[in-house]
Ligand binder design. Structure first.
Ligand code: 5AD
Ligand code: SF4
Length: 465
């Protein structure tokens, strides 16, 4: 069956499920763990569920189906899932709620075994490559009350045309490629998401044009490794889109979209053509997420990152030269096997030099099946935490120093809505992703306006129109 036929087949299952759900006022609860790619998958899950007449609820106690879209990048996400499944058990016994567990963790055999053994009440277990078959899985549970395990280990395909229910009506995420071929030694993603595969440019551009029509102003292009994007020369509409730079240029042309972001590029693949496109673009935000992971060359080598500290810093310098006012955010792992205190100092050194706008900091977490998990010199938890705190201190001091630079400047803000903590204030973000709160009329929501920054409140800035 072709992918298109497969989606049409699922459309039929949506209709069949509706025979069970119509006039029943069924509700669904979904918990999404992990990255924006998972969030985007969940938007597709919600899209399918709403087509099957389930309505969203924030309380799992009143749901008829509870779904978990899981992450396995670090251990704490696993602990969270098992805790939640423990809570759900009682509700399941009382109400007969359908329980579905899917996503990255389900691509790990030892996890599926554990669920089957310790949480046998789960009705549906689905993987990252079978998400589109949820209507069929739900139908089988409703009709035949049978337990479904729908996981495949192959590298997965690209399915177009799934319904989608977006979380936000100002900013949207658009996945441009799936999977990863890099096999960084600490990372489980290549094992659970399969090899790299790109969507056709025509499908991506069609989706973004629709978003623009619906009033969206900002898109974030998603992929484990966006600058490995590869166009399809047989794409009827955009055969000339060969790589990420070409794709960015086409997206730039879409009227109505005013801001373009992308996560995450790999430093080793950040080519000059992409830098050129960013430098000429009016829409690509001048903040680049450039995962560093570590600053020491030996650690980087053991991580299989394929760049050195010097190459990373040279890339940053090159971008700073070519793109005025560019800033950076990053991901850093502390406590990778064998990392010494001295080697960790190299990471701090890069942080001091680049002065990142934002640093996502992670304590190294052993993942079964990865190369780093088999390395002998694992770092004791206590040392990992010490390093984490040292890094955090440095990052926080840099952020407050950095925030001061904004005071008195005029910033372009995309207004996102009312502030969560104060109904009378609006909130929005600068191009560099800083949250800014200010007084203003609700009519400004979903517009880009100029704000003068007046105050630094550590986690956000205050300003006035
Ligand atoms: N332990 C800690 N952090 C990890 N990441 C990926 N794998 C691990 C791991 N095993 C971090 C990396 C990556 C981010 C998404 O998660 O920094 O960029
Ligand atoms: Fe994991 Fe490395 Fe691939 Fe990122 S590039 S998903 S860190 S293997």
């Amino acid at each position: 069956m072709s992918n298109k036929q497969e989606i049409e087949e699922q459309q039929k299952f949506i209709e069949k499920v509706k025979e069970y759900t119509k006039n029943k006022n069924y509700k669904y609860f979904i918990l999404t763990m992990g990255c924006q790619l998972n969030e985007n998958d969940s938007e597709k899950i919600c899209g399918m569920l709403e087509k099957m007449l389930f309505q969203k609820t924030e309380k799992y106690e009143e749901a008829d189906i509870v779904l978990f879209n899981t992450c396995c990048v670090r251990e704490n996400a696993e602990d969270k899932l098992f805790g939640k499944l423990g809570e759900i058990k009682k509700i399941k016994e009382q109400r007969g709620t359908i329980v579905a567990v899917g996503g990255c963790m389900m691509q790990e055999q030892h996890i599926v075994e554990k669920i089957k053994k310790s949480y046998p009440f789960c009705d549906i277990i689905f993987g990252t490559h079978t998400l589109h078959k949820l209507p069929e899985d739900i139908y089988n549970v409703l009709k035949e009350k049978k337990k479904i395990k729908d996981i495949i280990d192959i590298d997965g395909e690209v399915y177009e045309g799934l319904p989608i229910k977006r979380n936000d009506n100002i900013k949207a995420s658009v996945t441009i490629m799936y999977g990863c071929n890099n096999f960084c030694s600490y990372c489980i993603v290549p094992y659970v998401r399969g090899r790299e595969r790109s969507r056709n440019a025509s499908d991506i551009i069609k989706e973004i044009k629709e978003l623009s029509k619906e009033g969206y102003k900002e898109v974030t292009l998603l992929g484990q490794n966006v600058n490995s994007y590869k166009g399809n020369s047989e794409d009827l509409e955009y055969p000339n889109v060969k790589n990420f730079a070409d794709l960015l240029m086409e997206i730039e042309k879409i009227d109505g979209i005013e801001r373009i972001r992308f996560i995450s590029p790999h430093p080793k693949d950040f080519t000059d053509d992409v830098i050129d496109v960013i430098s000429k673009s009016n829409k690509i935000c001048k903040i680049i997420h450039l995962p560093l992971q570590a600053g020491n060359n030996e650690v980087l080598k053991n991580m299989n990152r394929k760049y050195t500290k010097e190459q990373y810093l040279a890339l940053v310098e090159k971008m700073k030269k070519k793109i005025p006012n560019i800033v950076f955010s990053t991901d850093i792992i502390v406590g990778f096997p064998g990392e010494t205190d001295e080697q960790f100092e190299d990471t701090l050194d890069v942080v001091r030099k680049v002065k990142f706008e934002q640093v996502y900091m992670f304590i190294y977490s052993r993942r079964v099946g990865t190369r780093a998990d088999k390395m002998e010199n694992q770092i004791p938890e206590e040392i990992k935490h010490k390093r984490f705190n040292k890094l955090k201190e440095l990052v926080e001091s840099q952020i407050s120093e950095n925030n001061k630079k904004y005071i008195g400047t005029i910033q372009k803000i995309l207004v996102e809505g009312s502030s969560k903590t104060n109904e009378n204030m609006l909130t929005g973000r600068t191009e560099t992703n800083k949250v800014v709160n200010f007084k203003g009329d609700k009519e400004l929501i979903n517009k880009i306006i100029l704000i003068k920054i007046t105050e630094d409140c550590q986690w956000y800035l205050k300003g006035e129109i």
